[in-house]
Ligand binder design. Structure first.
Ligand code: SF4
Length: 344
């Protein structure tokens, strides 16, 4: 198992005026879709042996990826890097039909670990395109999830990357437009984008249900509460994790005096905590709890031993493993992923 770098804290216990404490946001960390995707790779490795190939990072977390690499997973950018006939896992962010076809043409045995909540958005895109709607897809250009969703209906989809882009995007028929979104956006910013789209296109149709997923929403609600009382917020998560980066933005917007994202506890800088009474801590949906524990230990060494959990929701969602594993692992005991559990 890869070592977590810098577990030993270099933070000093410097004096503050008041009482040092940590407000620990809940829910935080692993969501059901991430848990399922990581278990899918582990099960594939157990059953088929290494190597198992994974297209893109299975989830956007550097530690999770290196842990799976150490068990025999090989991460590739595209299916043409994979030897014919091999097993390939599609990541939690989903893939376009073009990628599925390319894997099939190459004779790869695909295991689809796309989060079911991303698949839901794909289905919406297919349905609205079939009904000849123009889809305004709110999301970040180049993000794998956006590429996968847009790939379901490329002729019908236009990306809207920000509220400002809502003011300029052009459509063919303003009476036949629908908005969909990436699952990991800022709820507030997305609603602002929709408000500005609707100001221009009053007949804009909404998705049948929220595209921003429960886990993204819950983590933002929790950090909003924490941020009101925090001098500093530390978000554990990787730089390419959309929902982790959004948590930093939301914390700043809701009152945190400072907010930073770290992959590991060793990245916390002394000057961030100097003079700080209250530190808020949370983690993105692709972050194993062990990384949060290391952050708490590091903070404890700097005098932040009083930890209060701020819980704004309970999560108990679970998804079944990808169907390819359910079929191929017939007889195996473990057929389900446990959503939201604290994995070591
Ligand atoms: S963040 Fe949401 S959409 Fe993404 S894997 Fe987790 S539950 Fe699924």
């Amino acid at each position: 198992m890869p070592r977590i770098p810098g577990v030993r804290s270099r933070l000093k216990d410097t004096p503050v005026v008041g009482h040092k404490r940590v407000l620990l946001a809940a829910p935080r960390g692993y969501c059901a879709g991430v848990d399922r995707a990581v278990i899918a790779v582990e099960k594939a490795l157990e059953h088929y042996g290494s190597p198992v190939y994974v297209r893109k990072q299975i989830v956007h977390n550097i530690h999770v990826v290196s842990e799976l690499e150490s068990k025999g997973a090989i991460f590739v950018e595209e299916v043409d890097e994979v030897p014919e006939g091999s097993h390939i896992v599609f990541s939690a962010h989903g893939v376009s039909p073009a990628v599925v076809n390319a894997a099939s043409d190459r004779g790869l045995q695909a295991i689809d670990a796309t989060c079911p909540l991303v698949t839901k958005v794909h289905r919406e895109a297919v349905r609205f395109a079939r009904d000849d709607f123009e889809i305004l897809l709110i999301g970040h250009e180049g993000h794998e999830e956006v590429e996968g969703t847009a790939g379901e209906a490329p002729e019908h989809t236009t990306l809207v990357g920000s509220p400002d882009e809502a003011d300029t995007v052009q459509v063919k028929d303003p009476n036949k437009v629908v908005w969909l979104s990436q699952t990991t956006l800022s709820v507030d910013e997305t609603m602002e984008t929709v408000r500005r789209l609707r100001a221009r296109f009053p007949n804009l149709q909404d998705p049948p249900s929220d595209d921003i997923c429960y886990a993204t929403q819950n983590r933002q609600v929790a950090i909003k509460k924490v941020a009101q009382d925090a001098d500093l917020v530390i978000v554990v998560g990787s730089a390419n994790s959309s929902n982790s980066v959004r948590l930093v933005e939301v914390a700043l917007e809701y009152g945190a005096k400072a907010a930073y994202r770290v992959d590991y506890a060793s990245e916390i800088k002394q000057e961030w905590v100097d003079g700080v009474e209250t530190v808020g801590v949370t983690s993105g949906a692709s972050v194993p709890e062990v990384l949060v524990t290391e952050v708490l230990e590091s903070l404890a060494s700097a005098g932040y031993r009083d930890v209060e959990e701020v819980k704004t929701a309970e999560e108990d969602l679970m998804f079944s493993l990808p169907k390819e594993l359910r079929t191929n692992l017939k007889g195996a005991k473990d057929k389900r992923a446990l959503g939201g559990r604290n994995r070591p």
